[in-house]
Every structure is written in structure tokens, then in C-alpha cells.
Design a protein around this ligand. Sequence first.
Ligand SMILES: *Cc1c(COP(=O)(O)O)cnc(C)c1O
Length: 375
Amino acid sequence: MNDKLDKVPFLDLAAQHDEIRDEVDQAWRLVTASNGFIGGLHVEQFEAEFSAYCGVTHCIGVGNGTDALELIFAGLRLGPGDEVIVPANTFVATVSAIVAVGATPVFVDVDPQTLLVTAAHVEAAITAATAAVAVVHLYGQMPDMDAICRVADRSGVAVIEDAAQAHGAEWSGRRAGSFGRAAAFSFYPGKNLGAFGDGGAIVTSDADLAKRVRSLANHGRSATSHHAHDLAGGNSRLDGLQAAILSVKLRRLDEWNARRRDAAARYRKLLDGVPCQLLVIDARATSVHHLEVVRVSDRGTVTGELDSHGIAWGVHYPIPAHRQPPFAGFHPTPLPVTERAAEQVLSLPMYPTISPDELERVCDALRSATDRKRR
Ligand SMILES: *Cc1c(COP(=O)(O)O)cnc(C)c1O
């Protein structure tokens, strides 16, 4: 048997790109012919398409998702003395962006069923110093944004969405990126909408904030003069080549997300009776299943079995953000749900082109891991 054919990858970008190869080739030819390498026509076009997709009025293409978060915090003038509530169950970039502007991350725990932050967690953490809450749509699912926005609005706290794992996700029929004051997206290649390198975007319907972050991301330039610098900014811009690719891929995003949902539904059926715990998807949420996360009690045994079956896996995340050395000083309260989840979470292969056969093989391996434990 061919060993290579037998493996199930964690993510298969090549198979996805095969579906759009001609469009991608044509897009790159257009960019090289127009010399629009940084900013320019293709970036403007993608920004217009992506803001419309998210249901907001402004999109600013930037260098990556981490910069998008930091630019939002800087654009809101957050700094020393400002507290930003953030779930500890997230990728560290959400936290490092808060710390980068000099603000203080206030870690909160997550719901045990979804592993997402809730309005109750936010409400309990609000103090007189709270300036913002960074809500993370982790794994592709949004939390109850109506409730979170209500709690935040009542206290004058800005809601920022970290939507890096949630392109196209919805809460009550409204897309990720349209609830908060602003949202950050990442176009890292492995995200649901991924570039061929680093990329990111800020979306917002706040015209003043949009203007400020656009300037901050482009050397503090004034909107009207190339040589006038109104702010002390930096450089974090989206390439024309990446924007052209993203425009091609945006046209497929809903279909690709629907295929991920189909795969997730199949996982749910196939894992019936296997002792691993699936995350709950709220009936009001439309998840885009960026990651297919289950919880297992003996992760070492299970991953060993997956390895022996040639099935790739990941852990998101084994060390929660508040346990990482640079952020450990920021957390006075225990976060038991997050800490327990970090020991149990296991991400299974998930991509739009995953086949029924591949899904079955992943689930068979999980079943034999749990059988092995019983023996
Ligand atoms: C990927 C990711 C980021 C960072 O995006 P980059 O483009 O890699 O900088 C931030 N937050 C979350 C939740 C992510 O998954």
C-alpha cells in the first residue's frame, strides 16, 4: 500500500487551491501587469468586497491578524491604565496585541460547553478601568454577541472582535465583524480565508477609527497628502498580490465553509458512541469550523494512536495564554475551565476537501484508541 496516500493531513491547502488554479494564475498576471504591489487597485477592490461581505462600511488591509488587533487598540487610543478583558482560551496574539499598546489584559474563563467567553464572564470582570473587551470567535464559532454587546454597552466598554478564525461565521444571522466597534481578521494561509503569505484586515463601520488605523498602518500618513504624516505610525500593509488572491478565494468562502460544516456534521455522526466530547454549537450560531476540536481524557494515548494510523492532529492550545511567561503576571483569578480544556483539547483534520473516507479513518482511529485504553 502506498504509505503517502494513506495519510490524512491536518489541512490540505493544495487540494483547495487546485479548485481555483486558473483564477489565481490570472489574478497574479493582472497584478504584475498593473504594478499594484502594495496598496493600489487590487487592495482597494478586496477591501470593498470584504467590508460588504462582513456587513460593515470600512475594511483596511494590513500585514497580518496580530497587527490588525494592535492597530485597533492603538486606533482606540488604548494604553497604560486601560484594562482589556480577554478570554484566556485564545491564541496568544490576542493578548500580545493588548500588551503591545501598553494596556492590561484581564483574563477571563470560558464556557465549558463551547470554550468561548460569555456575557457573564465579561460582566464579572468589568471595572472602572475597563476600556474594551476582546471577544474571540475561537475555532470558528461566535459566542452570544447580542448579550456581550449589551453588557459592554451598558458600561461604555468597546467590543473588539478577534475574528481570525471566523471568516463568514454568524450569530443570529449576522456575520462576524459586524457586531463590535471593530474586528480583526487574519489571512494566514491556514485560516478559512487564507492568503499565499501573511495578511490581515480590520473591519469597522466607525469612519473615524477607520481613518486612524489606515493612517497608523501606513507611516501615519494623512489621507490627502503622501508627504504629510499626522500620526507616529508604522508599516503594516496588504500586498496587491495577496489581495488579488483573497478576492478569488472570497468568492468561494461560503461554499468552502458549507463543506466544512458538512464534514463537522459527519464527524458528529461518526463519533457517536466514541468517548470523546464534542464542543456544543449554539443553535443561534453558524460555525465555520476553522478547527474541529474534541476533548479527550487521555490525550497522549489518543494522539499516539492517531500517529500510528497516519492521521495528523493539532492542539489549540496546550498552554493557555495566561500561563505563557510574558503574560503570567497578569492573572490573579483561577481559570479552571480553560486550564482543564488545555489538557484535553484535540484538533482533528478539517478542511473543505476532506473526504468521507478520510473522516471515517479519523474516527476509526479515535475508536481504536479508546478501545485500546479499555483493554
Ligand atoms: C491566527 C490568529 C491570530 C493572528 O493572526 P496572524 O495573521 O497570524 O498574525 C490572532 N488571533 C487568533 C485567534 C488567531 O487564530
